[in-house]
Design a protein around this ligand. Sequence first.
Ligand code: AHG
Ligand code: MN
Ligand code: MN
Length: 334
Amino acid sequence: MKSISLTRFLIEEQRHQHHIGADLRLLIEVVARACKSISIAIGKGALDGVLGNAGTDNVQGEAQKKLDVLSNEILLEANEWGGHLAGLASEEMDGPHTIPTEYPRGGYLLVFDPLDGSSNIDVNISVGTIFSVLRCPNGINGDEERAFLQPGAKQVAAGYTVYGPSTTLVLTVGSGVHMFTLDREVGSFVLTQRDVKIPADTKEFAINMSNQRFWEAPVHRYISECVAGKEGPRGKDFNMRWVASMVADVHRILTRGGIFMYPLDSKTKDKGGKLRLLYEANPMSFIVEQAGGAATTGRQRILDVPPTSLHQRVPVILGSKNEVERVTAYHAGT
Ligand code: AHG
Ligand code: MN
Ligand code: MN
């Protein structure tokens, strides 16, 4: 079988489909290269002293792992000199990163969660990198926060890498979702699935059940109906999975369907939710919609939420379309 590298895939998208230009192609290649470095660092595990806490907190008050900090540095260093970016923002930095003056600036903004699921690093469970690409609005400097405050519907590309038994890169440039697997011997990402589609129906849900007592009524109703199984109103048994790495949970949903929920609850209500709109919810929602699924806060399509701050949080319910629509209907009914 003819093997198609990420480079070739992107060049063909540029040449024949005109979905991307040279700058966006460069940007995606540079991000992919950075993800290869992160994959290597993670793969060393306990051998290289990279496990454990960095001893610092990020702007959101979360303890940073050494690999959170390292992954952030790898992505910054890889991207700041290429001339394709106007600015960068990350879950691990207080504000936008200013591109050093010696480098040219381009038209795109890169937003990322350098290491998602980092509570899983020390126990050797899959983690990932999530990224989102926006255009820098005219007349706004790429190191100003307001440049980044665009609804997710404006994303020009989004993707994630999951560092699991294999390293997989999942990408959309707005024309479907495509999966690439890292060939470790060759050192390149190879196209392994074109145009991934999420089944509309599912019998699998993902939620942190320990938060049950904090949920709102529509989520209580939905989950209790799933748990009631064959004898309940749904008339079928459901299975539950919760990796606690959003990348891994979303990857499973892209692969075999399912619904992922980090809904609004009384514990996180003051912050607006648990997951971050710009770094997690928007890129994942873009990918899920491009794969035929749906993504909502329960009350609004995630991609339509107007961001008001860089580190804003939102409730997230995404995955198989019919299930997400059911949860949305339960919210509308209350
Ligand atoms: P991060 O490691 O980037 O802070 O993100 C962790 C997120 C997400 O990946 C996961 O779905 C969720 O937090 C897990 O939260 P709980 O530990 O509350 O289940
Ligand atoms: Mn995350
Ligand atoms: Mn993170």
